[in-house]
Design a protein around this ligand. Structure first.
Ligand SMILES: NC(=O)c1ccc[n+]([C@@H]2O[C@H](COP(=O)([O-])OP(=O)(O)OC[C@H]3O[C@@H](n4cnc5c(N)ncnc54)[C@H](O)[C@@H]3O)[C@@H](O)[C@H]2O)c1
Length: 360
Protein backbone atom coordinates (compact mmCIF):
# COMPACT_ATOMS: atom_id res chain seq x y z
CA UNK A 1 0.00 0.00 0.00
CA UNK A 2 1.16 3.54 -0.73
CA UNK A 3 1.52 6.14 2.02
CA UNK A 4 -1.47 8.39 2.68
CA UNK A 5 -1.04 11.96 1.52
CA UNK A 6 0.14 10.87 -1.94
CA UNK A 7 -0.87 12.88 -4.94
CA UNK A 8 -1.66 9.80 -7.07
CA UNK A 9 -5.22 8.53 -7.36
CA UNK A 10 -6.43 6.65 -4.33
CA UNK A 11 -7.14 3.04 -5.33
CA UNK A 12 -10.32 1.65 -3.78
CA UNK A 13 -11.35 -1.93 -3.20
CA UNK A 14 -15.05 -2.66 -2.61
CA UNK A 15 -16.08 -5.64 -0.47
CA UNK A 16 -19.70 -6.40 -1.34
CA UNK A 17 -20.92 -4.94 -4.64
CA UNK A 18 -24.67 -5.09 -4.09
CA UNK A 19 -26.86 -2.01 -4.00
CA UNK A 20 -24.69 0.07 -1.68
CA UNK A 21 -21.37 -1.12 -3.09
CA UNK A 22 -22.57 0.01 -6.52
CA UNK A 23 -23.56 3.42 -5.11
CA UNK A 24 -20.00 3.74 -3.79
CA UNK A 25 -18.55 2.83 -7.19
CA UNK A 26 -20.78 5.39 -8.96
CA UNK A 27 -19.64 8.11 -6.60
CA UNK A 28 -15.94 7.21 -6.66
CA UNK A 29 -16.21 7.35 -10.48
CA UNK A 30 -17.12 11.05 -10.18
CA UNK A 31 -14.23 12.00 -7.89
CA UNK A 32 -10.95 13.25 -9.23
CA UNK A 33 -7.97 11.49 -7.70
CA UNK A 34 -9.88 8.29 -6.94
CA UNK A 35 -10.70 5.10 -8.78
CA UNK A 36 -12.06 1.64 -8.04
CA UNK A 37 -9.26 -0.85 -8.65
CA UNK A 38 -10.84 -4.05 -7.30
CA UNK A 39 -14.03 -5.57 -5.99
CA UNK A 40 -14.78 -8.73 -4.02
CA UNK A 41 -18.15 -10.46 -3.88
CA UNK A 42 -19.06 -14.18 -3.94
CA UNK A 43 -22.24 -13.47 -5.93
CA UNK A 44 -21.76 -13.61 -9.74
CA UNK A 45 -24.56 -11.12 -10.41
CA UNK A 46 -23.06 -8.54 -8.04
CA UNK A 47 -19.61 -8.89 -9.62
CA UNK A 48 -21.16 -8.38 -13.07
CA UNK A 49 -22.99 -5.27 -11.83
CA UNK A 50 -19.72 -3.85 -10.48
CA UNK A 51 -17.89 -4.63 -13.75
CA UNK A 52 -20.60 -2.76 -15.69
CA UNK A 53 -20.51 0.22 -13.30
CA UNK A 54 -16.77 0.72 -12.78
CA UNK A 55 -15.10 3.45 -14.83
CA UNK A 56 -12.22 1.24 -15.99
CA UNK A 57 -10.85 -2.28 -15.71
CA UNK A 58 -11.12 -3.77 -12.22
CA UNK A 59 -9.72 -6.87 -10.55
CA UNK A 60 -12.47 -9.19 -9.37
CA UNK A 61 -12.42 -11.60 -6.45
CA UNK A 62 -15.00 -13.99 -5.05
CA UNK A 63 -13.18 -14.01 -1.68
CA UNK A 64 -12.31 -10.60 -0.22
CA UNK A 65 -9.27 -12.08 1.56
CA UNK A 66 -7.61 -12.61 -1.83
CA UNK A 67 -8.21 -8.95 -2.63
CA UNK A 68 -6.67 -7.86 0.68
CA UNK A 69 -3.62 -10.05 0.00
CA UNK A 70 -3.12 -8.70 -3.53
CA UNK A 71 -1.66 -5.36 -2.43
CA UNK A 72 -3.38 -3.33 -5.14
CA UNK A 73 -5.58 -0.96 -3.12
CA UNK A 74 -5.13 1.93 -0.65
CA UNK A 75 -8.64 2.06 0.79
CA UNK A 76 -11.40 -0.46 1.28
CA UNK A 77 -15.17 0.02 1.42
CA UNK A 78 -17.12 -2.63 3.34
CA UNK A 79 -20.64 -2.90 1.93
CA UNK A 80 -21.52 -6.47 2.85
CA UNK A 81 -24.60 -7.50 4.87
CA UNK A 82 -24.62 -6.15 8.43
CA UNK A 83 -24.00 -9.52 10.11
CA UNK A 84 -20.71 -9.95 8.20
CA UNK A 85 -19.11 -6.60 9.12
CA UNK A 86 -17.36 -7.75 12.31
CA UNK A 87 -15.77 -10.82 10.67
CA UNK A 88 -14.70 -8.90 7.55
CA UNK A 89 -13.21 -6.16 9.74
CA UNK A 90 -11.21 -8.75 11.67
CA UNK A 91 -9.29 -9.45 8.42
CA UNK A 92 -9.15 -5.80 7.37
CA UNK A 93 -7.60 -4.83 10.73
CA UNK A 94 -4.61 -7.02 9.80
CA UNK A 95 -3.88 -4.49 7.01
CA UNK A 96 -3.14 -0.76 7.15
CA UNK A 97 -5.78 0.10 4.56
CA UNK A 98 -7.99 3.13 5.01
CA UNK A 99 -11.48 1.82 5.79
CA UNK A 100 -15.01 3.06 5.18
CA UNK A 101 -17.35 0.55 6.81
CA UNK A 102 -21.03 0.80 6.04
CA UNK A 103 -23.45 1.25 8.91
CA UNK A 104 -24.28 -0.39 11.20
CA UNK A 105 -20.81 -1.12 12.55
CA UNK A 106 -22.08 -4.54 13.69
CA UNK A 107 -25.33 -6.24 14.68
CA UNK A 108 -24.55 -6.91 18.36
CA UNK A 109 -23.23 -4.70 21.10
CA UNK A 110 -20.27 -7.01 21.85
CA UNK A 111 -19.15 -7.10 18.22
CA UNK A 112 -19.54 -3.33 17.77
CA UNK A 113 -17.52 -2.72 20.94
CA UNK A 114 -14.71 -5.06 19.85
CA UNK A 115 -14.58 -3.38 16.44
CA UNK A 116 -14.50 0.10 18.01
CA UNK A 117 -11.63 -0.93 20.30
CA UNK A 118 -9.59 -2.35 17.41
CA UNK A 119 -10.32 0.67 15.22
CA UNK A 120 -8.57 2.90 17.78
CA UNK A 121 -5.18 1.44 16.89
CA UNK A 122 -5.84 0.76 13.20
CA UNK A 123 -3.07 1.95 10.88
CA UNK A 124 -5.32 3.82 8.42
CA UNK A 125 -8.33 6.13 8.58
CA UNK A 126 -11.36 4.27 9.97
CA UNK A 127 -14.68 5.79 8.94
CA UNK A 128 -18.26 4.66 9.51
CA UNK A 129 -20.73 5.22 6.66
CA UNK A 130 -23.25 7.51 8.36
CA UNK A 131 -23.68 9.41 5.18
CA UNK A 132 -26.96 11.16 6.03
CA UNK A 133 -24.79 13.79 7.71
CA UNK A 134 -23.56 14.68 4.21
CA UNK A 135 -26.83 15.41 2.39
CA UNK A 136 -26.25 19.11 1.54
CA UNK A 137 -29.56 20.34 3.05
CA UNK A 138 -28.79 18.36 6.23
CA UNK A 139 -25.26 19.76 6.45
CA UNK A 140 -26.70 23.29 6.19
CA UNK A 141 -29.44 22.46 8.73
CA UNK A 142 -26.84 21.31 11.26
CA UNK A 143 -24.76 24.47 10.68
CA UNK A 144 -27.82 26.65 11.29
CA UNK A 145 -28.81 24.79 14.48
CA UNK A 146 -25.25 24.95 15.82
CA UNK A 147 -25.02 28.61 14.75
CA UNK A 148 -27.93 29.39 17.08
CA UNK A 149 -30.51 30.44 14.48
CA UNK A 150 -33.31 28.87 16.58
CA UNK A 151 -31.77 29.91 19.90
CA UNK A 152 -30.82 27.33 22.53
CA UNK A 153 -31.90 23.89 21.22
CA UNK A 154 -34.63 22.18 23.26
CA UNK A 155 -36.30 19.59 21.02
CA UNK A 156 -35.12 17.66 17.96
CA UNK A 157 -37.19 15.20 15.96
CA UNK A 158 -36.48 13.07 12.91
CA UNK A 159 -39.26 11.45 10.92
CA UNK A 160 -38.62 8.92 8.21
CA UNK A 161 -41.78 7.86 6.37
CA UNK A 162 -40.95 5.67 3.38
CA UNK A 163 -41.38 2.46 1.42
CA UNK A 164 -40.66 -1.01 2.87
CA UNK A 165 -37.18 -2.55 2.94
CA UNK A 166 -36.03 -3.49 -0.57
CA UNK A 167 -35.18 -7.06 -1.63
CA UNK A 168 -31.50 -7.89 -1.01
CA UNK A 169 -29.11 -10.57 -2.22
CA UNK A 170 -30.13 -13.82 -0.44
CA UNK A 171 -32.85 -11.84 1.41
CA UNK A 172 -30.52 -11.19 4.33
CA UNK A 173 -32.45 -8.09 5.45
CA UNK A 174 -35.66 -10.04 6.22
CA UNK A 175 -34.49 -11.21 9.66
CA UNK A 176 -33.31 -9.21 12.66
CA UNK A 177 -30.54 -11.71 13.40
CA UNK A 178 -28.89 -10.52 10.16
CA UNK A 179 -29.60 -6.80 10.44
CA UNK A 180 -29.42 -6.14 14.20
CA UNK A 181 -33.12 -5.15 14.04
CA UNK A 182 -34.72 -2.25 12.15
CA UNK A 183 -33.78 0.33 14.79
CA UNK A 184 -30.13 -0.72 14.39
CA UNK A 185 -30.15 -1.32 10.63
CA UNK A 186 -32.15 1.73 9.55
CA UNK A 187 -32.33 4.06 12.52
CA UNK A 188 -28.62 4.01 13.47
CA UNK A 189 -28.38 6.88 10.93
CA UNK A 190 -30.85 8.91 12.94
CA UNK A 191 -29.37 8.11 16.34
CA UNK A 192 -26.02 9.25 14.97
CA UNK A 193 -27.73 12.38 13.66
CA UNK A 194 -29.24 13.05 17.09
CA UNK A 195 -25.82 12.95 18.80
CA UNK A 196 -24.36 15.08 15.99
CA UNK A 197 -27.09 17.76 16.24
CA UNK A 198 -27.70 17.72 20.00
CA UNK A 199 -23.95 17.61 20.82
CA UNK A 200 -24.56 15.57 23.92
CA UNK A 201 -24.92 11.91 24.89
CA UNK A 202 -28.18 9.97 25.29
CA UNK A 203 -29.17 9.07 28.84
CA UNK A 204 -32.51 7.28 28.49
CA UNK A 205 -34.52 5.75 25.64
CA UNK A 206 -38.18 4.80 25.50
CA UNK A 207 -39.69 3.20 22.39
CA UNK A 208 -42.88 1.67 21.08
CA UNK A 209 -42.88 -0.23 17.79
CA UNK A 210 -43.93 -3.32 15.90
CA UNK A 211 -44.24 -5.20 12.62
CA UNK A 212 -47.81 -4.43 11.68
CA UNK A 213 -48.01 -4.32 7.87
CA UNK A 214 -44.91 -5.35 5.88
CA UNK A 215 -43.54 -8.76 4.86
CA UNK A 216 -46.16 -10.69 6.84
CA UNK A 217 -47.12 -12.79 3.78
CA UNK A 218 -43.50 -13.58 2.84
CA UNK A 219 -41.81 -16.91 3.69
CA UNK A 220 -38.11 -17.77 3.63
CA UNK A 221 -37.43 -21.46 4.30
CA UNK A 222 -40.89 -21.47 5.81
CA UNK A 223 -40.11 -18.59 8.19
CA UNK A 224 -41.95 -15.25 8.37
CA UNK A 225 -39.69 -12.16 8.45
CA UNK A 226 -39.43 -10.60 11.91
CA UNK A 227 -38.47 -7.03 11.03
CA UNK A 228 -40.23 -4.16 12.72
CA UNK A 229 -41.83 -1.68 10.29
CA UNK A 230 -42.88 1.24 12.52
CA UNK A 231 -41.76 2.83 15.77
CA UNK A 232 -41.64 5.95 17.90
CA UNK A 233 -38.42 6.38 19.89
CA UNK A 234 -37.98 9.10 22.54
CA UNK A 235 -34.46 9.95 23.69
CA UNK A 236 -33.46 12.12 26.67
CA UNK A 237 -30.01 13.70 26.31
CA UNK A 238 -27.60 14.61 29.11
CA UNK A 239 -27.84 18.34 28.23
CA UNK A 240 -31.64 18.31 28.70
CA UNK A 241 -32.56 18.20 24.99
CA UNK A 242 -35.41 15.84 24.13
CA UNK A 243 -35.25 14.00 20.81
CA UNK A 244 -37.68 11.79 18.97
CA UNK A 245 -37.52 9.46 16.00
CA UNK A 246 -40.68 8.50 14.10
CA UNK A 247 -40.20 5.64 11.63
CA UNK A 248 -42.85 4.26 9.29
CA UNK A 249 -41.98 1.92 6.44
CA UNK A 250 -45.42 1.71 4.85
CA UNK A 251 -45.75 5.41 4.08
CA UNK A 252 -44.95 5.76 0.38
CA UNK A 253 -47.67 8.41 0.28
CA UNK A 254 -45.52 11.09 1.90
CA UNK A 255 -44.48 14.42 0.44
CA UNK A 256 -41.04 14.06 2.01
CA UNK A 257 -39.19 10.95 3.16
CA UNK A 258 -37.19 12.66 5.89
CA UNK A 259 -38.39 15.57 7.99
CA UNK A 260 -36.19 16.96 10.74
CA UNK A 261 -37.26 19.62 13.14
CA UNK A 262 -35.08 21.46 15.66
CA UNK A 263 -36.91 23.74 18.06
CA UNK A 264 -34.95 26.21 20.14
CA UNK A 265 -35.99 28.87 22.63
CA UNK A 266 -36.48 31.53 19.93
CA UNK A 267 -37.35 29.63 16.77
CA UNK A 268 -37.59 26.47 14.78
CA UNK A 269 -35.66 25.02 11.83
CA UNK A 270 -36.95 22.22 9.62
CA UNK A 271 -35.14 20.18 6.98
CA UNK A 272 -37.17 18.40 4.28
CA UNK A 273 -35.73 15.69 2.03
CA UNK A 274 -36.07 15.14 -0.95
CA UNK A 275 -37.58 18.63 -1.40
CA UNK A 276 -34.20 19.93 -0.26
CA UNK A 277 -35.77 22.80 1.67
CA UNK A 278 -34.95 24.34 5.02
CA UNK A 279 -37.76 26.19 6.77
CA UNK A 280 -36.78 28.84 9.32
CA UNK A 281 -39.39 30.10 11.76
CA UNK A 282 -39.23 32.67 14.54
CA UNK A 283 -41.61 33.18 17.47
CA UNK A 284 -41.29 36.98 17.78
CA UNK A 285 -42.14 38.14 15.21
CA UNK A 286 -44.07 35.03 14.21
CA UNK A 287 -42.79 34.39 10.68
CA UNK A 288 -41.54 31.60 8.43
CA UNK A 289 -39.17 31.61 5.46
CA UNK A 290 -37.96 28.83 3.17
CA UNK A 291 -34.49 28.26 1.70
CA UNK A 292 -33.80 25.71 -1.03
CA UNK A 293 -30.42 23.96 -0.83
CA UNK A 294 -29.65 22.64 -4.33
CA UNK A 295 -27.71 19.48 -5.20
CA UNK A 296 -26.46 18.93 -8.75
CA UNK A 297 -28.46 16.50 -10.89
CA UNK A 298 -25.32 14.44 -11.61
CA UNK A 299 -24.66 13.93 -7.89
CA UNK A 300 -28.33 13.18 -7.13
CA UNK A 301 -28.33 10.53 -9.86
CA UNK A 302 -25.42 8.59 -8.35
CA UNK A 303 -27.40 6.91 -5.59
CA UNK A 304 -30.43 6.89 -3.39
CA UNK A 305 -29.28 9.26 -0.66
CA UNK A 306 -29.76 12.81 -1.89
CA UNK A 307 -26.09 13.28 -2.82
CA UNK A 308 -24.79 12.10 0.55
CA UNK A 309 -22.46 9.39 -0.78
CA UNK A 310 -20.59 11.86 -2.99
CA UNK A 311 -19.93 14.37 -0.21
CA UNK A 312 -19.08 11.60 2.25
CA UNK A 313 -16.46 10.34 -0.21
CA UNK A 314 -14.95 13.81 -0.59
CA UNK A 315 -14.64 14.03 3.21
CA UNK A 316 -13.20 10.49 3.49
CA UNK A 317 -10.66 11.24 0.79
CA UNK A 318 -9.68 14.51 2.51
CA UNK A 319 -9.06 12.62 5.76
CA UNK A 320 -6.84 10.13 3.89
CA UNK A 321 -4.83 12.78 2.05
CA UNK A 322 -4.42 15.11 5.02
CA UNK A 323 -3.83 12.34 7.58
CA UNK A 324 -6.78 13.63 9.61
CA UNK A 325 -9.07 11.55 11.83
CA UNK A 326 -12.49 10.46 10.55
CA UNK A 327 -15.44 12.73 11.21
CA UNK A 328 -17.61 9.67 11.85
CA UNK A 329 -15.51 7.43 14.07
CA UNK A 330 -15.92 3.82 15.14
CA UNK A 331 -17.03 5.14 18.55
CA UNK A 332 -19.81 7.09 16.81
CA UNK A 333 -20.75 3.85 15.05
CA UNK A 334 -20.76 1.93 18.35
CA UNK A 335 -22.97 4.52 20.06
CA UNK A 336 -25.49 4.49 17.21
CA UNK A 337 -25.70 0.68 17.44
CA UNK A 338 -26.12 0.88 21.23
CA UNK A 339 -28.98 3.40 20.89
CA UNK A 340 -30.74 1.14 18.37
CA UNK A 341 -30.33 -1.88 20.64
CA UNK A 342 -31.61 0.16 23.60
CA UNK A 343 -34.72 1.12 21.59
CA UNK A 344 -35.34 -2.54 20.72
CA UNK A 345 -34.85 -3.53 24.37
CA UNK A 346 -37.34 -0.84 25.39
CA UNK A 347 -39.94 -2.26 22.96
CA UNK A 348 -39.26 -5.87 23.98
CA UNK A 349 -39.39 -5.17 27.72
CA UNK A 350 -41.95 -2.34 27.74
CA UNK A 351 -39.82 0.03 29.81
CA UNK A 352 -37.46 2.99 29.47
CA UNK A 353 -33.86 1.81 29.01
CA UNK A 354 -30.94 3.67 30.55
CA UNK A 355 -27.87 3.98 28.34
CA UNK A 356 -25.85 3.17 31.47
CA UNK A 357 -27.06 -0.41 30.95
CA UNK A 358 -24.48 -0.48 28.14
CA UNK A 359 -20.82 -0.44 29.01
CA UNK A 360 -20.00 2.44 26.63
N1 LIG B 1 -25.39 4.18 4.22
C1 LIG B 1 -26.56 3.88 3.71
O1 LIG B 1 -27.42 4.72 3.56
C2 LIG B 1 -26.83 2.46 3.31
C3 LIG B 1 -27.85 2.18 2.42
C4 LIG B 1 -28.06 0.84 2.04
C5 LIG B 1 -27.28 -0.16 2.59
N2 LIG B 1 -26.30 0.17 3.48
C6 LIG B 1 -25.48 -0.87 4.09
O2 LIG B 1 -24.65 -1.44 3.09
C7 LIG B 1 -24.45 -2.82 3.36
C8 LIG B 1 -24.86 -3.62 2.13
O3 LIG B 1 -26.23 -3.42 1.88
P1 LIG B 1 -26.84 -3.58 0.41
O4 LIG B 1 -28.12 -2.86 0.44
O5 LIG B 1 -25.83 -3.20 -0.61
O6 LIG B 1 -27.10 -5.16 0.35
P2 LIG B 1 -27.06 -6.10 -0.93
O7 LIG B 1 -27.63 -7.41 -0.52
O8 LIG B 1 -27.63 -5.38 -2.10
O9 LIG B 1 -25.49 -6.28 -1.21
C9 LIG B 1 -24.64 -6.97 -0.34
C10 LIG B 1 -23.56 -7.64 -1.19
O10 LIG B 1 -22.58 -8.20 -0.30
C11 LIG B 1 -22.21 -9.46 -0.85
N3 LIG B 1 -21.58 -10.28 0.19
C12 LIG B 1 -22.16 -11.06 1.13
N4 LIG B 1 -21.22 -11.64 1.90
C13 LIG B 1 -20.03 -11.21 1.42
C14 LIG B 1 -18.67 -11.45 1.79
N5 LIG B 1 -18.35 -12.23 2.82
N6 LIG B 1 -17.69 -10.87 1.05
C15 LIG B 1 -17.98 -10.07 0.00
N7 LIG B 1 -19.24 -9.78 -0.38
C16 LIG B 1 -20.25 -10.36 0.34
C17 LIG B 1 -23.50 -10.02 -1.42
O11 LIG B 1 -23.24 -11.08 -2.37
C18 LIG B 1 -24.11 -8.79 -2.05
O12 LIG B 1 -23.69 -8.62 -3.39
C19 LIG B 1 -25.27 -3.14 4.60
O13 LIG B 1 -24.45 -3.07 5.73
C20 LIG B 1 -26.29 -2.03 4.65
O14 LIG B 1 -26.76 -1.75 5.94
C21 LIG B 1 -26.06 1.45 3.82
Amino acid sequence: MRESGVSEAIRYGIIGSGMMGIEHIMNINMIEGAHVAAIADPHDGSREWARATAAGKISEYADYRDMLAADEIDAVIIATPNYTHAAVLEDVFATKLHVLCEKPLATTYDDARKVAQKAETHGGVFWVGMEYRYMPPVTRFVEEVHGGRAGRLRMFSIREHRYPFLQKVDDWNRFSINTGGTLVEKSCHYFDMMRHVVQSEPVRIFASGGQDVNHLDERYDGKVPDILDNAYVVVDFANGVRAMHDLCMFAEGSRNQEEMSAVGETGKIECLIPEGNLVFGTRHPKQVETLHVPVSAEVLKAGFHHGASYFQHLAFQKAIREGKPATVTATDGLKAVAMGLAAHRSIDEGRPVLMSEFDL
